[in-house]
Each structure stands twice: as structure tokens, then as C-alpha cells.
Design a protein around this ligand. Structure first.
Ligand SMILES: [Zn+2]
Length: 415
């Protein structure tokens, strides 16, 4: 496709660097001209004056060029009083009610005989109670800080006035199904939310299904409709952005479809089936545990070196060397001598500990018994430099596999 030059200029100049809430891509372009509007759904002003004096909030809808998601780049979650006002959704329409029934039916078909079902953001509780009425042997648990309270007539339904925390509640409840209807479009990071559900389930070896449902703006875009874009609906899904989001969550997508004439999109996905993230997490924690143990070993080695009365020098005063000095507490009192090969660093001080950095040839006149070289991969070059400046030491130490080792006489990959 060849575009005229002024068109390409307009396109490239319209580029915005924002993070897409659905797919995480960083490039977006303007979608609607920015404007100011009060919050539209959860305000419930009680007088004309109150309504007129409401704060105007910035609408700055942009569109992700990767997945087509539309979102308000100026959205600030704290400006929406979800903590004080209920998010009521009109759902008395006949067609809407039919849709709810059909969704419920689809869900029930997939549930075991005695299901454990969680709904995140249960609102008035109607959807969950409807499920419980159809399948009374199950357990139904809602989470919504401002939603309905528990109903004594339905002992199988329990409403919690708190947020659902994936790391905590997936393991505690072990649900067969997690439901989230018309919640994601309000979140600042829907991708992160589903990823946290997916990761929690994968870690626990639990494989619940997730049902999510959000408004779909395919038709709004096609027909030039603007009323969908208000403050509370900060994150607006297209079929593509909804699908891309799920594809980035390590879930198994079992069904994606539309209801309500294409205005609503839903999906059933299986959570807990992505072991790659679990393996990486295990490896990361393993690294942390190893370094916890080695930290003590190296601190002790440094302490013994200091107590031995030998003259010690540390080669390098910034970057990796500064990281070494700070991590292992090589303070300026016990380890005052720091040299560097880089003239530009000379006369400055080690960040955090304050040793003055001298040029490396200082060691010609003031020899050290032991030289510690924190940047292992530079050790060979530094040895060459020592030769040139006729710098000698009894021992050169580098950090390897959790302790300081003798560079010349012990095994490591840096010589
Ligand atoms: Zn995107």
C-alpha cells in the first residue's frame, strides 16, 4: 500500500507512546479528539446544581495499532467513586434478560454437578443467584466491595464485600468456574488481571474455567458511534483486542462469541495450563534463594579478609563494582582503596559508600596484597592492565557461584 506523503506525515506525527491495557503494545494513535466530561454512570447527582457542578474529567481516547483496542490514555481510576457508589447497570430490557438467560444456560452446560463458582464483581448478585437457583447443589461465591450482601434464603450463595485476590482466593476456594461480567472494561490493567488469574492457577496446578464478558465496540467503530466512549468505560474491547488479550495470558481459549447483536463479547478459557511461567518463576526464586545464601558467605569472606590485616583493593568504583560494594557492605572504613581503569571516574566517589576512586596505577606505588575484581568478565583485561602498570598482588579474587574465588588458581569461566 502506497500512501501519499502528507498522509504518511500525519500518521507518523500522530503516534503516541502509551501502553495498551489489552495487549501491552506501546504505540497508539488518536481515536477521538480530547474532551472533558463528568463521570457518566456512577455519579448519581441528586440535584441539578450538583449535576452541573460535577468535575469534568479528561477523555483522551486512543487506539492501539497492534490490537485495535480503544482506551482513555488520560484515565485515572481514583477519579471514579466506585468505593462510594454502586455501579448499576440497566438490565430490565426483555432482550437483555433473554441474553442473560442464554449466557446462564451456556455456563450451566459446562459446570459439574456440584460446582464451585466465583463471580468477580457480582453487583446486585442477580446473575450468581440465578445460577444457584438452576443448580442448587453448588457453591456460589461473589466478590464485590460494593455489591449485594449475602442472602439468607440462598445458603449456597455467599457474597463477600472485598476484592478478589487471585493469589489468595484461587487457592482457598479452588473454583471450577470464575465469572467476570462487565468488569474488565473498567479496569486499568485487564491484561494484568487475567494474567494474574492464569499464573495463580498454573502455580496451584488448578485448572478452572474463566468466563469473561465485556461490551464490544466493533459496531461503534464501523458506524461512527461515539456514545460508548465515556469516563468509566476507559478500556473498550474490539473482537481483535479481546482475543489478543486472551492470547497473551497463557490460557487455553475454548470459545469466543458475541451476544446481544454483537454488542457484547464473551469467552470461555481454561486457566492453569501454562507451565512455562511456573518454571521461570521457580528459577527466579531459586536464584534469589541462592543469592541469599551467597550474600552471607561473601560478607563473611570480606570480613575475614579485612581481619587478616592484608592490604585490599577493589578494582572498579561504579556500575557492577558499585553494586558489589553496596550489596556486600564493603564500606569505606574497612575497604578504603578503590581504583578504576577509567580516568573519567577518577576523583569521584563510590555511590553509597563513598570511597574515593583512584586511577589504577595508584597500585604501582601502593601495592595491595589482594585485589577484588567485581566485574568478572573484565578480569582478563584488568590482568593485562596490571601487567602494563607492573601491578602485582598475591591474590586476585572474583565472585563466582556465590563466593569469592582465586582468579588464577580456582575453576571459573572467566580465564
Ligand atoms: Zn493493544
Amino acid at each position: 500500500m502506497i500512501l501519499k506523503k502528507n498522509m504518511t506525515d500525519t500518521l507518523v506525527n500522530s503516534m503516541r507512546q502509551e501502553t495498551c491495557p489489552a495487549c501491552g503494545h506501546y504505540i497508539a494513535v488518536p481515536f477521538l479528539d480530547p474532551s472533558l466530561q463528568p463521570i457518566a454512570t456512577v455519579a448519581w447527582p441528586r440535584s441539578c446544581d450538583e449535576a452541573k457542578s460535577m468535575q469534568r474529567l479528561p477523555l483522551d481516547f486512543v487506539r492501539c495499532v497492534e490490537c485495535g483496542h480503544v482506551y482513555n490514555a488520560a484515565f485515572d481510576y481514583s477519579k471514579v467513586p466506585y468505593t462510594r457508589k454502586p455501579n448499576l447497570m440497566f438490565n430490565k430490557g426483555v432482550i437483555w434478560a433473554d441474553n442473560i438467560i442464554s449466557v446462564r444456560k451456556k455456563i450451566l452446560e459446562r459446570l459439574p454437578k456440584k460446582p464451585v463458582v466465583v463471580e468477580i464483581g457480582h453487583g446486585d448478585g442477580g446473575f450468581l443467584m440465578g445460577l444457584a437457583a438452576e443448580c442448587p447443589d453448588g457453591k456460589y461465591i461473589g466478590f464485590d466491595p460494593h455489591g449485594a450482601k449475602s442472602d439468607k434464603d440462598m445458603p449456597s450463595v455467599q457474597f463477600n464485600a472485598c476484592l478478589f485476590e487471585p493469589n489468595l482466593h484461587v487457592s482457598k476456594i479452588r473454583p471450577d468456574l470464575i465469572i467476570s461480567r462487565h468488569v474488565l472494561e473498567h479496569l486499568i490493567n485487564p491484561l494484568g488481571f487475567i494474567q494474574s488469574l492464569s499464573f495463580s492457577a498454573s502455580c496451584l496446578g488448578s485448572e478452572p474455567e474463566l468466563y469473561i464478558e465485556v461490551p464490544c465496540i466493533d459496531q461503534a467503530i464501523e458506524t461512527g458511534r461515539t456514545v460508548d466512549f465515556y469516563y468509566e468505560h476507559n478500556s473498550q474491547f474490539t473482537t481483535e483486542s479481546f482475543t489478543k488479550m486472551l492470547e497473551r495470558c497463557g490460557v487455553e481459549i475454548r470459545m469466543i462469541d458475541h451476544v446481544y447483536d454483537g454488542e457484547v463479547i464473551y469467552a470461555f478459557v481454561k486457566l492453569g495450563c501454562y507451565q512455562k511461567h511456573v518454571r521461570t518463576a521457580k528459577a527466579a526464586l531459586g536464584f534469589r534463594d541462592r543469592t541469599r545464601a551467597s550474600e552471607n558467605i561473601i560478607i563473611q569472606q570480606l570480613d575475614s579478609l579485612h581481619k587478616s590485616g592484608k592490604r585490599i583493593a577493589i578494582w572498579g568504583g561504579t556500575g557492577k563494582s558499585a553494586a558489589f560494594v553496596n550489596r556486600y557492605g564493603a564500606d569505606a572504613t574497612r575497604f578504603p582503596v578503590v581504583v578504576d581503569s577509567d580516568m573519567n571516574k577518577v576523583g569521584t566517589f563510590v555511590p553509597g559508600t563513598g570511597q574515593e576512586i583512584r586511577f589504577s596505577d595508584w597500585l604501582t606505588e601502593h601495592p595491595a596484597d589482594v585485589i577484588i575484581i567485581p566485574p568478572q568478565w573484565r578480569a582478563r583485561d584488568i590482568m593485562e592492565e596490571m601487567k602494563q602498570h607492573k601491578i602485582r598482588a598475591e591474590k586476585i579474587l572474583i565472585e563466582h557461584e556465590g563466593r569469592l574465588v582465586d582468579y588464577e588458581n580456582e575453576k571459573h569461566p572467566y580465564n
